[in-house]
Design a protein. Sequence first.
Length: 396
Amino acid sequence: MLRIIHTADVHLGARHDDLGEQASAQRERQFAAFVATIDLAIAEKVDLVLIAGDLFDSNVQPRRSVERVAAQLKRLVAAKIRSVILPGTHDAYDRSSIYRAYDLKTLAGSTPDDDWVTVLTSARRGIHIGACDVVVHGPVFPTKRAPHSPMQDIDVAGQKGRATWHVGMVHGAIAIPGKTDRDDVVITTDEIGASGLDYLALGHWHSAQQAKAGGVPYAYAGAPEPVAIDQDRAGKVLLVQLEATPAGRSVTVTEHPVGKTRFEKLDLDAAGVTTQAAFIESLARKGDPDLVLDVRIVGVRPDELDLQPEEIESALAPSFLKVRVRDVSLPALTEGQLPSAETIAGAFIRDLEARIAELEATPADDGVGDPAAEAAELRDALRLGRLLLAGHEVSL
């Protein structure tokens, strides 16, 4: 049996320009998730930790950051757990690589003569770890953009007799026509299926996911702590167990949460909202510095209800890691008896409601603009018109 912790895309040192004053705190959360990954590896007494690229967010990092990582790898060495690190696309193994600038292996207490810590390079594209009975294949290029698929350089057949297990590491995207054409590293599921690997540990996509190709299990561990606030499948690492039995080989992949960030999506009916102040007060009760809150205001809203999403977000910002408010509610059509068609109000309401009904009945693919968007604008114009004609003051 071989037990592995698979992680990737830690992105230590990320700038997080979108988080403003909270950027520094988020960097510390990312490092805490890395520490939690090491904690899990030690608690589970795994044989091997694989880091499939982008451990660092860039090749420009202070020495202190590298030393903090080395201290965690040293914990693995002390626990007799080996680790293998693959450069990614953010910490690429180019001329300015952080792995050329710093000897992470030595800083972590490993020596050239042992295999406790291994950083794969363009000169060392794999390692046979005899104590774990595994060959780890990890092609690395001296440029960020791969000249060809790294799967072409994985030779399981040529090393079949060296170990029971053959595990691959790649930092790149699985080919999706029209979506991954510009990615720096691209592989195909056909290549995975033909590789002969027992497991392929992937990095680059920040959401955890797993699948099989031609009988070969592969998985993205995802980012252990979200790098962007919309990555709701991040926050995990993978515990991979490879077992050989008389009945055959099996690979079990289990997700383990290590990140602190939580995500919650709320759809709130505008009909139940009385005022903006009350709306802010109700959401503030859910305040949590680890929560990314995504709120949509839906349904039909009363004429008197005036909500300003930017003001709501600003008021709630101190209570959450990040909050997003979108108003997709629709103003109501006119209720009750209409004013006479001979009055300004009657003519205005009838004309707009007739046009709204026409637009809402128009298919979206009729080739004439966006009927739904135009209908929504007219509903808002109808709401404002009713308020003005009734003598209310309206802020535009």
